[in-house]
Design a protein around this ligand. Structure first.
Ligand SMILES: [Mn+2]
Length: 424
């Protein structure tokens, strides 16, 4: 844990400058009719879930280079998540992966409570084989051509719901690696029918107040065809399953240059947007830190989400889904949470009445400029002040480094070498 004294001592170094910056920005926003304190309260209301698997060092299909003091199990992961939340005050929940995070549920609840954390959506795993399982997922899971394999995958998902229910989670995210590597390898129609049959069995096991999220991905690990490849298929799945089924959009799971904010808009209209996996990418599903490659795209997605606030039934689960290969995962997750929060705050500054006016008048230039004005505003003082007032750090990265947390945990967590691929 990061000591309160450490946070206070670090904050003392930055507080005077922050107050000056906040006052200056407050004056500027006031001239545009915006109350900075109201925006700050919105920043405080923000929360994004940390993926438990993101606290360990990731890897590629080429290699995994272990980091110092990596978490050994879910309790170490929850400790790391506690550090991230205590410094950023922006990550009040954790998204679990089963079976990676399987442990005594009472102990997990106690550890989460110690850090003031809740459990967000559960994630099932039928994209790799576990040592004790009877059937292999080499040729698929929920869409496998053998009933016994499908049944095993269905039961695994039902177990995830059972575990999540005891932990206070309210949703299950299903992402499968099923597909094919060669034209002709599978019958795409029959494969999809088998998938739907399996999903219907899982849907029957959902408690009344739960949701199931269908997460699409264009390719990988299957490289010719993927069973749930795009938002159209995901929407079709969620529609056929029923009201408790919605779509989850992972920012890295589309073809290059796809207009993701437009997908967001469409799914919201249909009442089928359930959640997000935030990350960033340059080429494919790169799982890079949020906001590091295309911060404007992140802003444009948030613009749709802020625009849709108040839509009846809109209830979104925001999660980070990244792989940290060359950085300290705690630092990457803190920076990412803050970048996502920043985009949310910037989108909140957009003058929507003026924007609608320019849209109605077909004034493309002023409409675009009005939208961009939010993105161009440096809101650092707002998010930093929100952190300061909620007990977090003005500068989470420098405070984390000053705390010596990584060195402390490295002393008790042995380095785990990995020659093979890690989490991708
Ligand atoms: Mn994802």
């Amino acid at each position: 844990m990061i000591k309160t004294d450490t946070i206070s001592a670090q904050n003392a170094k930055y507080e005077a400058n922050l107050r000056a910056d906040y006052a200056a920005l407050g004056d500027k926003l006031a001239r545009a009719g915006i109350d900075i304190d109201a925006v700050k309260e919105r920043a405080k209301s923000f929360g994004v879930a940390v993926p438990s698997w993101g606290t360990g060092t990731g890897g590629t299909r080429f290699a995994r280079f272990p980091g110092e003091g990596e978490p050994r199990h879910i309790f170490d992961k929850l400790d790391d998540c506690g550090v991230i939340h205590s410094l950023t005050q922006a990550t009040p929940s954790v998204s679990l992966h089963i079976p990676w995070d399987k442990a005594d549920l009472g102990d997990m609840l106690a550890k989460a409570e110690e850090h003031g954390l809740k459990f967000d959506a559960m994630n099932s795993n039928t994209f790799q084989d576990q040592p004790d399982q009877a059937q292999s997922y080499k040729f698929g899971s929920l869409s496998h051509n053998e009933a016994a394999t499908r049944q095993q995958a269905i039961e695994h998902n039902l177990e995830c719901i059972e575990i999540g229910d005891k932990l206070g989670s309210k949703a299950l995210t299903v992402w499968i690696g099923d597909g094919s590597n060669f034209p002709g390898q599978t019958h795409m129609g029959r494969q999809f029918e088998r998938y739907m049959g399996s999903m219907k069995e899982i849907y029957k096991g959902l408690p009344d107040d739960w949701r199931i999220f269908s997460e699409h991905k264009i390719y990988e690990p299957a490289f010719y065809s993927t069973v749930v490849q795009d938002w159209g298929t995901s929407y079709l799945i969620a529609s056929e399953l029923g009201d408790k089924a919605q779509c989850l959009v992972d920012l890295g799971h589309h073809a290059p240059n796809v207009n993701i904010e437009m997908i967001v808009s469409r799914l919201i209209r249909q009442g089928k947007l359930g959640g997000f996996h935030f990350n960033d990418s340059k080429y494919g599903d790169d799982d890079l830190d949020s906001g590091t490659i295309d911060p404007y795209r992140l802003f444009l997605v948030w613009n749709e989400l802020v625009d849709a606030e108040g839509t009846e039934g809109l209830n979104l689960s925001h999660m980070i889904d990244q792989s940290h290969n060359v950085t300290d995962p705690i630092e990457s997750l803190m920076i990412s949470a803050m970048e996502i929060q920043r985009a949310f705050v910037q989108a909140s500054l957009v003058d929507r009445k003026a924007l609608a006016g320019y849209q109605d008048a077909n004034d493309a230039l002023m409409a675009s400029a009005t939208l961009r004005a939010g993105f161009r505003t440096d809101v650092e003082a707002i998010v930093a002040m929100a952190r300061l007032e909620t007990g977090g750090a003005i500068d989470p990265i420098m405070t984390y480094r000053a705390s010596g947390y990584r060195a402390q945990v490295s002393a008790v967590r042995p380095k785990v070498s990995g020659a093979g691929g890690g989490i991708v």
